[in-house]
Design a protein around this ligand. Structure first.
Ligand code: NAD
Length: 279
Protein backbone atom coordinates (compact mmCIF):
# COMPACT_ATOMS: atom_id res chain seq x y z
CA UNK A 1 0.00 0.00 0.00
CA UNK A 2 1.21 3.53 -0.81
CA UNK A 3 2.98 5.24 2.08
CA UNK A 4 1.46 8.64 2.79
CA UNK A 5 4.11 11.12 4.02
CA UNK A 6 3.83 12.33 7.60
CA UNK A 7 4.18 16.02 8.44
CA UNK A 8 5.78 16.92 11.79
CA UNK A 9 3.83 19.51 13.73
CA UNK A 10 5.42 22.14 15.99
CA UNK A 11 4.56 20.10 19.13
CA UNK A 12 6.28 16.89 17.95
CA UNK A 13 3.08 15.12 16.84
CA UNK A 14 2.81 13.96 13.25
CA UNK A 15 -0.09 14.02 10.81
CA UNK A 16 -0.60 12.12 7.53
CA UNK A 17 -0.23 14.67 4.71
CA UNK A 18 -3.22 13.21 2.86
CA UNK A 19 -6.53 12.65 4.61
CA UNK A 20 -10.23 12.38 3.83
CA UNK A 21 -12.65 15.32 4.33
CA UNK A 22 -16.31 14.75 5.18
CA UNK A 23 -17.86 18.23 4.74
CA UNK A 24 -21.23 17.93 2.99
CA UNK A 25 -21.33 14.16 3.31
CA UNK A 26 -24.81 13.26 4.51
CA UNK A 27 -25.07 11.44 7.83
CA UNK A 28 -26.54 8.43 6.00
CA UNK A 29 -23.55 8.21 3.63
CA UNK A 30 -20.76 8.92 6.10
CA UNK A 31 -20.10 5.44 7.51
CA UNK A 32 -19.82 3.98 4.00
CA UNK A 33 -17.62 6.83 2.67
CA UNK A 34 -15.23 6.78 5.67
CA UNK A 35 -15.10 2.97 5.58
CA UNK A 36 -14.15 3.09 1.89
CA UNK A 37 -11.49 5.69 2.66
CA UNK A 38 -10.00 3.63 5.51
CA UNK A 39 -10.01 0.50 3.33
CA UNK A 40 -8.24 2.46 0.60
CA UNK A 41 -5.49 3.41 3.05
CA UNK A 42 -6.44 6.89 4.31
CA UNK A 43 -5.53 7.24 8.00
CA UNK A 44 -6.64 10.83 8.59
CA UNK A 45 -10.23 12.06 8.72
CA UNK A 46 -11.25 15.73 8.84
CA UNK A 47 -14.69 16.49 10.29
CA UNK A 48 -16.30 19.31 12.31
CA UNK A 49 -19.09 19.78 14.79
CA UNK A 50 -20.88 21.79 12.12
CA UNK A 51 -20.81 18.92 9.59
CA UNK A 52 -23.29 16.87 11.64
CA UNK A 53 -21.51 13.57 10.98
CA UNK A 54 -19.04 13.15 13.86
CA UNK A 55 -20.97 10.20 15.27
CA UNK A 56 -20.76 8.37 11.94
CA UNK A 57 -17.03 9.12 11.63
CA UNK A 58 -16.51 7.52 15.06
CA UNK A 59 -18.66 4.56 14.06
CA UNK A 60 -16.65 3.95 10.87
CA UNK A 61 -13.34 4.14 12.78
CA UNK A 62 -14.65 1.71 15.44
CA UNK A 63 -15.93 -0.75 12.81
CA UNK A 64 -12.72 -0.60 10.76
CA UNK A 65 -10.81 -2.89 13.10
CA UNK A 66 -7.92 -0.39 13.06
CA UNK A 67 -6.40 0.75 16.34
CA UNK A 68 -7.66 4.18 17.35
CA UNK A 69 -3.99 5.26 17.51
CA UNK A 70 -3.57 4.48 13.80
CA UNK A 71 -6.20 6.94 12.60
CA UNK A 72 -5.68 10.71 12.93
CA UNK A 73 -9.03 12.43 13.55
CA UNK A 74 -9.66 16.18 13.49
CA UNK A 75 -12.77 18.06 14.52
CA UNK A 76 -13.59 21.76 14.81
CA UNK A 77 -15.46 23.92 17.26
CA UNK A 78 -18.91 25.01 16.14
CA UNK A 79 -19.36 28.71 15.41
CA UNK A 80 -22.15 28.85 18.03
CA UNK A 81 -19.87 27.64 20.84
CA UNK A 82 -17.07 30.21 21.17
CA UNK A 83 -17.90 31.24 24.74
CA UNK A 84 -15.47 29.36 27.00
CA UNK A 85 -18.06 27.24 28.88
CA UNK A 86 -19.81 26.39 25.61
CA UNK A 87 -16.51 25.47 23.95
CA UNK A 88 -15.64 23.01 26.69
CA UNK A 89 -19.12 21.41 26.57
CA UNK A 90 -18.98 21.22 22.78
CA UNK A 91 -15.62 19.47 22.90
CA UNK A 92 -16.98 16.93 25.41
CA UNK A 93 -19.98 16.38 23.13
CA UNK A 94 -17.68 15.69 20.15
CA UNK A 95 -15.76 13.03 22.08
CA UNK A 96 -19.01 11.46 23.26
CA UNK A 97 -20.49 11.45 19.74
CA UNK A 98 -17.39 9.83 18.28
CA UNK A 99 -16.86 7.42 21.17
CA UNK A 100 -13.27 8.63 21.63
CA UNK A 101 -11.34 9.66 24.71
CA UNK A 102 -9.15 12.09 22.76
CA UNK A 103 -9.01 13.93 19.45
CA UNK A 104 -5.79 14.11 17.45
CA UNK A 105 -6.48 17.70 16.46
CA UNK A 106 -9.12 20.24 17.51
CA UNK A 107 -9.53 23.57 15.73
CA UNK A 108 -11.36 26.86 16.11
CA UNK A 109 -13.35 26.68 12.87
CA UNK A 110 -13.64 30.43 12.11
CA UNK A 111 -12.29 33.56 13.85
CA UNK A 112 -15.72 35.30 13.70
CA UNK A 113 -14.44 38.89 14.08
CA UNK A 114 -18.00 40.27 14.33
CA UNK A 115 -19.32 37.92 17.03
CA UNK A 116 -18.44 37.40 20.68
CA UNK A 117 -16.80 40.87 20.56
CA UNK A 118 -14.19 39.28 18.29
CA UNK A 119 -12.78 37.51 21.36
CA UNK A 120 -11.36 34.31 19.88
CA UNK A 121 -8.48 34.54 22.38
CA UNK A 122 -10.69 33.38 25.30
CA UNK A 123 -11.88 30.52 23.10
CA UNK A 124 -8.28 29.63 22.26
CA UNK A 125 -7.44 29.47 25.98
CA UNK A 126 -10.02 26.68 26.35
CA UNK A 127 -8.26 24.77 23.56
CA UNK A 128 -4.97 25.31 25.41
CA UNK A 129 -6.55 23.68 28.49
CA UNK A 130 -7.82 20.73 26.42
CA UNK A 131 -4.30 20.33 25.04
CA UNK A 132 -2.71 20.40 28.49
CA UNK A 133 -5.24 17.80 29.67
CA UNK A 134 -4.15 15.56 26.77
CA UNK A 135 -7.69 15.27 25.41
CA UNK A 136 -6.73 17.22 22.28
CA UNK A 137 -3.31 15.92 21.23
CA UNK A 138 -2.82 18.99 19.02
CA UNK A 139 -4.75 22.23 18.71
CA UNK A 140 -5.02 24.69 15.88
CA UNK A 141 -7.14 27.20 14.05
CA UNK A 142 -8.95 27.48 10.76
CA UNK A 143 -9.54 30.45 8.48
CA UNK A 144 -7.20 32.68 10.49
CA UNK A 145 -5.52 35.59 8.73
CA UNK A 146 -2.04 36.79 9.78
CA UNK A 147 -3.57 39.54 11.94
CA UNK A 148 -5.64 36.98 13.88
CA UNK A 149 -2.55 34.79 14.36
CA UNK A 150 -0.49 37.76 15.51
CA UNK A 151 -3.08 38.49 18.17
CA UNK A 152 -2.98 34.88 19.43
CA UNK A 153 0.80 35.10 19.48
CA UNK A 154 0.68 38.21 21.66
CA UNK A 155 -2.15 37.20 24.01
CA UNK A 156 -1.81 33.44 24.55
CA UNK A 157 0.84 30.80 25.19
CA UNK A 158 0.58 27.98 22.68
CA UNK A 159 1.27 28.48 18.97
CA UNK A 160 -1.39 26.74 16.85
CA UNK A 161 -0.07 23.51 15.29
CA UNK A 162 -1.99 24.16 12.07
CA UNK A 163 -4.02 26.79 10.25
CA UNK A 164 -6.63 25.20 8.00
CA UNK A 165 -7.41 27.63 5.17
CA UNK A 166 -8.91 27.57 1.68
CA UNK A 167 -6.11 26.87 -0.83
CA UNK A 168 -6.24 25.68 -4.44
CA UNK A 169 -4.61 26.81 -7.73
CA UNK A 170 -6.91 29.84 -8.09
CA UNK A 171 -6.28 30.86 -4.44
CA UNK A 172 -2.65 30.17 -3.56
CA UNK A 173 -2.68 32.17 -0.29
CA UNK A 174 0.97 33.23 -0.51
CA UNK A 175 0.76 35.77 2.31
CA UNK A 176 -0.90 33.50 4.92
CA UNK A 177 1.34 30.56 3.95
CA UNK A 178 4.50 32.69 4.31
CA UNK A 179 3.40 33.98 7.73
CA UNK A 180 2.60 30.44 8.95
CA UNK A 181 5.86 29.04 7.63
CA UNK A 182 7.77 31.73 9.52
CA UNK A 183 5.94 30.82 12.76
CA UNK A 184 6.11 27.01 12.45
CA UNK A 185 2.36 26.63 11.77
CA UNK A 186 1.53 23.86 9.26
CA UNK A 187 -0.93 24.67 6.50
CA UNK A 188 -3.97 22.50 5.89
CA UNK A 189 -5.50 23.33 2.50
CA UNK A 190 -9.28 23.04 2.46
CA UNK A 191 -11.24 22.62 -0.78
CA UNK A 192 -7.96 21.45 -2.35
CA UNK A 193 -9.54 21.02 -5.78
CA UNK A 194 -11.66 24.14 -5.33
CA UNK A 195 -14.76 21.94 -5.07
CA UNK A 196 -14.10 20.97 -8.69
CA UNK A 197 -13.57 24.56 -9.94
CA UNK A 198 -10.13 24.02 -11.51
CA UNK A 199 -10.67 20.55 -13.01
CA UNK A 200 -11.51 22.05 -16.42
CA UNK A 201 -8.59 24.49 -16.45
CA UNK A 202 -6.57 24.04 -19.70
CA UNK A 203 -3.18 24.40 -17.95
CA UNK A 204 -4.10 21.67 -15.46
CA UNK A 205 -5.49 19.61 -18.35
CA UNK A 206 -2.31 19.73 -20.40
CA UNK A 207 -0.07 18.87 -17.41
CA UNK A 208 -2.42 15.98 -16.59
CA UNK A 209 -2.26 14.69 -20.14
CA UNK A 210 1.53 14.82 -20.15
CA UNK A 211 1.75 13.07 -16.77
CA UNK A 212 -0.87 10.45 -17.68
CA UNK A 213 -2.87 11.46 -14.58
CA UNK A 214 -6.26 13.07 -13.98
CA UNK A 215 -6.66 16.82 -13.33
CA UNK A 216 -7.66 16.07 -9.71
CA UNK A 217 -4.49 14.01 -9.18
CA UNK A 218 -2.31 16.78 -10.64
CA UNK A 219 -3.84 19.42 -8.35
CA UNK A 220 -3.57 17.19 -5.26
CA UNK A 221 0.04 16.39 -6.15
CA UNK A 222 0.76 20.13 -6.50
CA UNK A 223 -0.40 20.61 -2.88
CA UNK A 224 1.73 17.67 -1.69
CA UNK A 225 4.86 19.08 -3.37
CA UNK A 226 4.18 22.51 -1.80
CA UNK A 227 4.16 20.75 1.59
CA UNK A 228 0.54 21.42 2.57
CA UNK A 229 -1.78 18.91 4.27
CA UNK A 230 -4.91 18.00 2.25
CA UNK A 231 -8.13 16.00 2.67
CA UNK A 232 -10.21 15.94 -0.52
CA UNK A 233 -13.85 14.92 -0.18
CA UNK A 234 -15.80 12.45 -2.30
CA UNK A 235 -18.50 9.84 -1.77
CA UNK A 236 -17.62 8.01 -5.00
CA UNK A 237 -15.40 4.96 -4.47
CA UNK A 238 -13.47 5.44 -7.74
CA UNK A 239 -12.66 9.07 -6.84
CA UNK A 240 -11.74 8.21 -3.24
CA UNK A 241 -9.18 5.77 -4.73
CA UNK A 242 -8.07 8.18 -7.47
CA UNK A 243 -7.40 10.92 -4.90
CA UNK A 244 -5.26 8.51 -2.85
CA UNK A 245 -3.17 7.49 -5.86
CA UNK A 246 -0.91 10.56 -6.00
CA UNK A 247 2.41 9.26 -4.70
CA UNK A 248 3.68 7.35 -7.75
CA UNK A 249 4.53 10.41 -9.88
CA UNK A 250 6.14 13.82 -9.54
CA UNK A 251 5.49 17.21 -11.06
CA UNK A 252 8.52 19.14 -12.29
CA UNK A 253 9.39 22.44 -10.60
CA UNK A 254 8.15 24.24 -13.70
CA UNK A 255 4.79 22.37 -13.56
CA UNK A 256 4.43 23.43 -9.91
CA UNK A 257 5.27 27.03 -10.82
CA UNK A 258 2.87 27.02 -13.79
CA UNK A 259 0.02 25.80 -11.57
CA UNK A 260 0.86 28.34 -8.85
CA UNK A 261 0.75 31.08 -11.52
CA UNK A 262 -2.98 30.33 -12.06
CA UNK A 263 -3.70 32.22 -8.82
CA UNK A 264 -6.43 34.84 -9.09
CA UNK A 265 -7.31 35.13 -5.39
CA UNK A 266 -10.65 33.48 -6.12
CA UNK A 267 -12.42 32.07 -3.07
CA UNK A 268 -15.11 29.37 -3.22
CA UNK A 269 -16.00 29.94 0.44
CA UNK A 270 -16.50 32.95 2.73
CA UNK A 271 -13.94 35.62 3.54
CA UNK A 272 -12.70 35.06 7.13
CA UNK A 273 -12.59 38.82 7.75
CA UNK A 274 -16.34 39.20 7.23
CA UNK A 275 -17.84 35.74 7.86
CA UNK A 276 -20.11 35.72 10.91
CA UNK A 277 -20.70 31.97 11.00
CA UNK A 278 -24.26 32.00 9.72
CA UNK A 279 -27.25 31.93 12.06
P1 NAD B 1 -12.85 19.60 -2.46
O1 NAD B 1 -11.93 20.56 -3.09
O2 NAD B 1 -12.31 18.40 -1.77
O3 NAD B 1 -13.89 19.18 -3.59
C1 NAD B 1 -14.91 18.27 -3.35
C2 NAD B 1 -15.76 18.19 -4.61
O4 NAD B 1 -14.97 17.72 -5.69
C3 NAD B 1 -16.88 17.20 -4.42
O5 NAD B 1 -18.04 17.75 -4.98
C4 NAD B 1 -16.46 15.97 -5.18
O6 NAD B 1 -17.55 15.35 -5.78
C5 NAD B 1 -15.51 16.51 -6.23
N1 NAD B 1 -14.40 15.56 -6.44
C6 NAD B 1 -13.65 14.96 -5.48
N2 NAD B 1 -12.70 14.19 -6.03
C7 NAD B 1 -12.85 14.30 -7.37
C8 NAD B 1 -12.17 13.73 -8.47
N3 NAD B 1 -11.15 12.89 -8.31
N4 NAD B 1 -12.57 14.06 -9.73
C9 NAD B 1 -13.62 14.92 -9.91
N5 NAD B 1 -14.30 15.48 -8.90
C10 NAD B 1 -13.93 15.18 -7.64
O7 NAD B 1 -13.80 20.46 -1.49
P2 NAD B 1 -14.33 20.40 -0.02
O8 NAD B 1 -15.10 19.18 0.28
O9 NAD B 1 -14.99 21.71 0.19
O10 NAD B 1 -13.00 20.40 0.86
C11 NAD B 1 -12.37 19.22 1.36
C12 NAD B 1 -12.44 19.16 2.86
O11 NAD B 1 -11.91 20.36 3.43
C13 NAD B 1 -13.86 19.12 3.43
O12 NAD B 1 -14.46 17.85 3.28
C14 NAD B 1 -13.60 19.52 4.85
O13 NAD B 1 -13.08 18.45 5.58
C15 NAD B 1 -12.57 20.62 4.67
N6 NAD B 1 -13.16 21.98 4.64
C16 NAD B 1 -12.90 22.82 5.67
C17 NAD B 1 -13.42 24.10 5.68
C18 NAD B 1 -13.08 25.01 6.82
O14 NAD B 1 -13.68 26.08 6.93
N7 NAD B 1 -12.16 24.67 7.66
C19 NAD B 1 -14.26 24.53 4.65
C20 NAD B 1 -14.52 23.66 3.60
C21 NAD B 1 -13.95 22.39 3.59
Amino acid sequence: MTAVPQISLNNGQSIPQLGFGVFQIEKADTVTAVTTALQTGYRHIDTAQGYGNEEEVGEAVAKSGLDRADVFVTSKLDNSAHLPDDARLAFDASLAAMGFDYLDLFLIHWPLPDRYDGDFVSTWKVLEELYREGRARSIGVSNFQPHHLRRLHEESEITPAVNQIEVHPYLTQDEVRAFCSEHGIAIEAWSPIGQGLELEDPVIGSIAQRAGKTPAQVILRWHIQRGDIIFPKSVTTARIKENFDIFGFELSDSDVAEISALNKNQRTGPDPDTFTGGV
